[in-house]
Design a binder for this molecule. Structure first.
Ligand SMILES: [Zn+2]
Ligand SMILES: [Zn+2]
Length: 356
């Protein structure tokens, strides 16, 4: 089967022929992948920006951690999953034994491995993962939309970390797939949301199709002016999903005293921060990364209830054989979520296999 792999600690990815997985070992299941999304972290790994050196130990490794598909086979001892089940995957494989795991916080496991970064992932026709990482999907949820579960769960977690309440004035920086999800989830919780991009006409157009009315391109208006125009006051919450260090200090500048700023982007440069203003304003700076089992379940519920709306996040679908062109698309600001389809033409078959 074809697999999109990171094979060297350098720019690029390789589309190579690999053996299909052998029957799954105990506690594992093999999934026929219907759709796998290209994530910002996949692009970082592709471009080999700092912060992904840990992958070298796993190479060659098949990438892809945002996927959905159909269970093809299960290993010994797997309960609650049968071949034919439509599933998505939480890519964080926790050890189950460290203090964080024992305390019920697998997302903070000190020995966690990520499917598609530390071990083979979903940019292939089939992938074998621990069965406990799979979640069965509600009937009727299209598998390409279900492949948005992991990024949407990251967004749900970021909104959780920000403790967004109804009526809050929330600024979201960065209209990529995560930022769009954060803005949509926060609005769904009753917040007033201002979404800001920079030279982001296409992705802000997607935001409007998601029902986010207050969108600003910082090419046309400063963040400070936009916040005053839309809210008439400073923000209660700012959530950053840009990966640009300056957006954290810019966000803190429009945050009210005592407000909460959440950094959710993956940053490759350090931040310079006016600590005096930060302390005097009693501002809270938090980090959100990965997700939680609770947020993952909420993401699945939201996708099932709003599949038609959230499908707007998928702007491009490409066969796995066209992965390199698909990565170029994903790196451009013209795309939101690019889905790779490992078995093109097979997606409808998988949908028919979904339990009635
Ligand atoms: Zn991702
Ligand atoms: Zn652990």
């Amino acid at each position: 089967m074809l697999a999109l792999r990171k094979t060297a600690a350098a720019f690029g990815l390789d589309l190579v022929e690999v053996a299909a997985p052998s029957p799954p070992p105990a506690g594992h299941a093999t999934v026929a992948v219907a759709a796998a999304g290209i994530c910002g972290s996949d692009i970082h790994a592709y471009e080999w920006t700092p912060g992904y050196e840990f992958m070298a130990a796993a190479m060659p490794v098949t990438m892809g951690h945002e996927f959905a598909g159909t269970v093809r086979a299960v290993g010994d001892g797997v309960t609650g999953l049968t071949p034919g089940d439509a599933v998505t995957c939480w890519p964080t494989v926790a050890c189950g034994a460290c203090p964080a795991c024992e305390a019920g916080r697998p997302q903070e496991c000190r020995d966690r491995a990520i499917v598609g970064l530390h071990r083979d992932g979903g940019f292939a026709a089939e992938v074998t993962v621990p069965a406990r990482n799979l979640r069965r999907l509600p009937t009727g949820l299209p598998l390409d939309v279900a492949a948005l579960t992991e990024p949407l769960s990251i967004a749900v977690n970021a909104v959780d970390v920000a403790e967004v309440s109804p009526g809050d004035r929330v600024v979201v920086l960065g209209p990529g797939p995560i930022g769009l999800g954060i803005a949509w989830v926060a609005q769904g919780r009753g917040a007033r949301v201002l979404l800001a991009g920079l030279d982001d006409a296409q992705r802000l157009a997607t935001a409007r199709r998601l029902g986010l009315t207050d969108c600003v391109d910082l090419r046309d208006e400063s963040l400070d002016a936009a916040v005053r125009r839309v809210f008439g006051d400073a923000a209660d919450r700012v959530i950053e999903a840009t990966g640009v260090a300056r957006s954290v200090s810019d966000g803190l500048a429009v945050l009210r005293a005592g407000g909460v700023m959440v950094a959710a982007g993956i940053h490759s440069a350090p931040l310079t921060l006016d600590l005096t203003g930060f302390v005097r304003g009693k501002k809270q700076l938090r980090a959100a990364h990965d997700t939680t089992p609770r947020a993952l379940d909420e993401a699945i519920r939201l996708l099932a209830a709003h599949a038609g709306t959230l499908a707007e996040l998928i702007t491009h679908r490409r066969p796995l054989a066209a992965a390199v062109e698909a990565f170029d698309l994903a790196r451009s600001r013209a795309a939101v979520k690019v889905m790779l389809l490992p078995e093109p033409g097979d997606g409808d078959t998988h949908r028919r296999e979904t339990r009635a």
